[in-house]
Design a protein around this ligand. Structure first.
Ligand SMILES: NC(=O)c1ccc[n+]([C@@H]2O[C@H](COP(=O)([O-])OP(=O)(O)OC[C@H]3O[C@@H](n4cnc5c(N)ncnc54)[C@H](OP(=O)(O)O)[C@@H]3O)[C@@H](O)[C@H]2O)c1
Length: 285
């Protein structure tokens, strides 16, 4: 297929590589152009403007930070006709934001659906992302084959907004688990209990989540470099979850605590590092 990918960041880069490996024709655009050059050697065409990227493309993939970035990239240029094109939104944004983008694009003749993902750089590079599709049945059927390059078993969650909401529900657990585990590990360390004893008991219990072991080395070494998913994006997601919970009449107190801790993480200058850096905020390091 002839595709465009807008946003060559931590996720966009491996998604682009994977699409090229799968034989798609791909044009890439990134605001900071230096990030796209390595993709040229791998067969991508480089566009200097978003419009140049999507002019020939049938499908336009968005791997941008947030709804503001999407608006800046899609709607701020002079050429804003998307007639006959399909825009596939893969970032983590709010359900109402996704529906608003759909409406705006429909007015410009475009087809739109969302496909937020669970997984990170490694899963994108290996084509093992969990793809959460919010679309019509017809869109899902049409694009099902294409999804296989990125994830073996795409989930059709429902319409636009529903996959975005499910993604927020999952990321709420990322934030809660990271903060909850950080506090428990702090209690263990400050009571001079061997961490391995704590972990052995935890692994045998129903309380265990695999992410605890996945991030344990980061926490023990206080090393949050080489981020897959930076703390600043988890902060962005918690704000989206807060809004969605509020809109749906759910309690937001726990989210306010997560928001404060992630804000503190960023105030410590850790926003661009892995989200496990929230440990330092929880433990007053
Ligand atoms: N990383 C993960 O593990 C992961 C997993 C699942 C979902 N996600 C979601 O996927 C999306 C992308 O994440 P990421 O990790 O790839 O983020 P990232 O590395 O920070 O990349 C963000 C991308 O958005 C672009 N961008 C931001 N603001 C812009 C603006 N105003 N105008 C134009 N371009 C703009 C950046 O361009 P520049 O390079 O010029 O800054 C970059 O290409 C986010 O919604 C994130 O929550 C990420």
């Amino acid at each position: 297929m002839n595709l465009a990918l807008l946003g060559v960041g931590l996720m966009g880069y491996p998604v682009a590589e994977r699409l090229l490996q799968s034989g798609h024709q791909l044009t890439v655009y990134n605001r900071t152009i230096a990030k796209v050059y390595p993709l040229k050697e791998k067969g991508a065409r480089i566009a200097r403007t978003p419009q140049e990227a999507w002019s020939e493309a049938e499908g336009i993939l968005l791997t941008l930070s947030d709804a503001q970035a999407i608006a800046d990239v899609l709607f701020s240029g002079t050429y804003s006709d998307f007639l006959g094109k399909t825009i596939i939104q893969m970032g983590t944004i709010g359900p109402s934001e996704s529906r608003a983008i759909q409406k705006e694009l429909a007015a410009r003749g475009a087809d739109y659906f969302e496909c937020p993902v669970l997984g990170s750089r490694q899963e994108a590079a290996e084509g093992t992302l969990i793809l959460l599709v919010g679309s019509s049945d017809a869109q899902f059927q049409k694009w099902k084959g294409f999804f296989k390059a990125l994830g073996p078993d795409p989930w059709h969650i429902g319409g636009v907004g529903q996959a975005a909401a499910l993604k927020l529900a999952l990321n709420q657990l990322i934030a809660s688990h990271a903060v909850g585990f950080s506090l428990s590990l702090g209690l263990i360390e400050r009571n001079h209990i061997p961490v391995e004893i704590f972990m052995d008991i935890l692994r045998q219990s129903a309380l265990y989540a695999p992410m605890f072991d996945k991030k344990l080395a980061n926490w023990l070494r206080r090393d949050y470099a080489r981020p897959n998913f930076p703390a600043k994006h988890l902060f962005k997601d918690v704000a989206l979850i807060f809004q969605e919970a509020k809109d749906k009449g759910l309690s937001t107190e726990s989210l306010e605590a997560l928001r404060q801790l992630l804000l503190k993480t960023m105030d410590k200058g850790l926003g661009d590092l892995d989200y496990s850096s929230v440990f330092n905020a929880v433990n007053n390091i």
